[in-house]
Design a protein around this ligand. Sequence first.
Ligand SMILES: C[S@@+](CC[C@H](N)C(=O)[O-])C[C@H]1O[C@@H](n2cnc3c(N)ncnc32)[C@H](O)[C@@H]1O
Length: 230
Amino acid sequence: MDRANYSVAYELKNMLVNRIADRHFREMSSRYLHGRLIDIGCGIKPYREVLAPLVAAHIGVDHEGSLHDRSNMDLTGTAYSIPAPDGSFDSALCTAVLEHLEEPERAIRECHRVLKQGGMAIYSVPFIWHLHEEPRDFYRYSKYGLKYLFEKCGFEIVELRALSGFWVTFGQMLVYYLYTFNRGPLRWIPIIPALGLLIQGVSFVLDWLHCREEWTWMYMLAARKRESSG
Ligand SMILES: C[S@@+](CC[C@H](N)C(=O)[O-])C[C@H]1O[C@@H](n2cnc3c(N)ncnc32)[C@H](O)[C@@H]1O
């Protein structure tokens, strides 16, 4: 599949979850992010436009082996070793990265190091999601695990949101499963993308009618570096 077709397929497949995540991110970023921001595991910097009016600088760091377009990286480093001095950022962003790290606690401590006292971080982390970016896919997180980890590393959780209930998660899993058949001659008939959109629409309505957050596909959290933490 060429690059343009790949991104169209990706957008269609993820339309619902991307829209939900975007809506929550817009609300939370406008509330918590400002000043110099470090985007840890920035990938293609998908939130660049949302952040532009909010922050003074948006600095992306990603590792050398990243599978994403490297033109968005400002710094080459890892989540464990960000090439920046202590306390050099007002805000941090780390979306859909923590599950790809062997040692999440070390990475959260590194984020804590580069933030100023009182600095804010926004993370998004999957709870129910299929394997991706293999073999660098290590963990899934519950809200209790997240609270434990962030507090242990010197953060106070200010807000933690479950982004969906059962239906969006289940619908999205079904869409991904169906897309595994979108190959060979089937690729030329848009039956699976059409079915995918229908499933996403129905899932959205069902989740709106009955949302059970214990089946969320993703959490988004805002955490503050505690004033007194060393
Ligand atoms: C699913 S992508 C998310 C990218 C982006 N944050 C987003 O929201 O679209 C995971 C990102 O984590 C990065 N990553 C994986 N291991 C890393 C590490 N040890 N240090 C820094 N980034 C890492 C990958 O290169 C990739 O850009």
